[in-house]
Design a protein around this ligand. Structure first.
Ligand code: AMP
Length: 337
């Protein structure tokens, strides 16, 4: 675990680097979640208070369920013809919660190809740090949102306000599954208590995130429950969502958030795996473990990544090939644990 002094000195370096830049792009991973969006909005607010010109530019659109956080419509979705220039003119690009360089999509590639300085702030273990000017990593933090909260608390406590408190609360709440998952630490609860002093009402936040599910999502959940595959004496549960199923139930990608977490909650299950057939013919895999079986090595083996007990990968294979390939690895890991 990184020592407190080491963490502080990395953030000091971050502050120093900021002295020399004016125009900053903030970005995050494809299909951003609550941690990604909450972290971006907080960092943007902070940097603007330092007098910087900030643009949030993402490789995919903000999920509908998180739009309430972006009160001033500051989050842009990257369009090559419109935004390439913004990247070319930036003094610095900040990656938040990225997990892997390639998950910044075209934005990362453009930043790299135009020789931009890139700083990464992340709680994921990233395989390579070499493309970054500065890499601030805390794999023990529940979320990138917590890292930013801790930074502001230490260096700019006055930059915590009603707006950033809401964004940070959602960041930490969503990455810890509403303060339930194994990554939840005492610090997250202390942070939640502190953020309540800025007007956060936990029940309101809970309803906003967890009680707004669409009817098609619930209907699809019924289908998934009826079509679960159970193997390894009940330790492994997996399910498949094909393009036809998407069409039939009229669901969006966003509607599937949390399905693999939910299936893990079955008694005796150690690992749950969701296979999604994507429009472009690739297969997205979401892996969740109850805490005994480390599954991010499986994700890494297939070019993905993530945390020991929550990880994902996109396989450039059709779903019929991806399923046996992943299941073989998962079963091997379960048996070896
Ligand atoms: P997901 O199953 O997509 O919710 O992802 C679970 C965790 O793994 C999240 O923390 C993601 O940020 C991370 N993750 C998912 N896919 C990748 C990837 N291709 N590379 C690195 N991290 C990933």
């Amino acid at each position: 675990m990184k020592g407190v002094m080491e963490k502080i000195s990395q953030w000091r370096e971050f502050n120093q680097r900021l002295h020399y830049v004016t125009t900053i792009i903030i970005t995050t991973h494809l299909n951003p979640d609550g941690d990604a969006i909450g972290s971006e909005l907080t960092m943007a607010d902070h940097l603007q208070k330092l007098g910087k010109k900030v643009t949030i530019l993402n490789p995919s659109p903000i999920p509908t369920s998180l739009r309430f956080l972006d009160e001033n419509n500051t989050i842009n979705t990257f369009v090559k013809d419109i935004h390439s220039q913004d990247i070319e003119h930036a003094d610095l690009v900040i990656f938040l919660d990225i997990g892997d360089f390639d998950r910044a999509g075209h934005i990362g590639h453009l930043a790299r190809d135009t020789g931009k300085n890139i700083i990464s702030i992340d709680h994921h273990p990233q395989a390579s740090h070499e493309r970054y000017l500065l890499f601030i990593e805390d794999t023990h933090a529940s979320s990138t949102g917590y890292m930013i909260y801790d930074y502001l608390k230490n260096f700019y406590p006055t930059h915590l306000n009603a707006f950033t408190a809401k964004a940070l609360y959602v960041a930490v709440m969503t990455d810890t599954g509403n303060f339930r998952f194994s990554n939840t630490r005492a610090e997250d609860h202390w942070m939640a208590g502190d953020l309540m002093t800025y007007g956060i009402e936990p029940y309101k936040m809970y309803c906003q995130i967890y009680e707004q599910f669409s009817l098609p999502r619930m209907e699809l959940l019924g289908y998934v429950l009826q079509n679960l595959h159970v193997e390894c004496e009940g330790k492994l549960v997996w399910f498949v969502i094909t393009k036809d199923v998407y069409k039939k139930y009229k669901v969006t990608q966003e509607d599937l958030d949390g399905f693999s977490d939910f299936m893990r909650s079955i008694a005796g299950v150690e690992v749950s795996v969701m296979f999604k057939e994507m429009e472009d013919g690739t297969c997205r895999v979401n892996l969740r473990s109850k805490g005994r079986v480390v599954i991010n090595k499986v994700a890494q083996h297939f070019g993905g990544g993530g945390h020991p007990f929550a990880s994902g990968a996109t396989l450039k294979k059709g779903i019929d090939d991806a399923i046996p390939a992943i299941l073989n690895e998962v079963k091997r890991v379960i048996e070896a644990t």
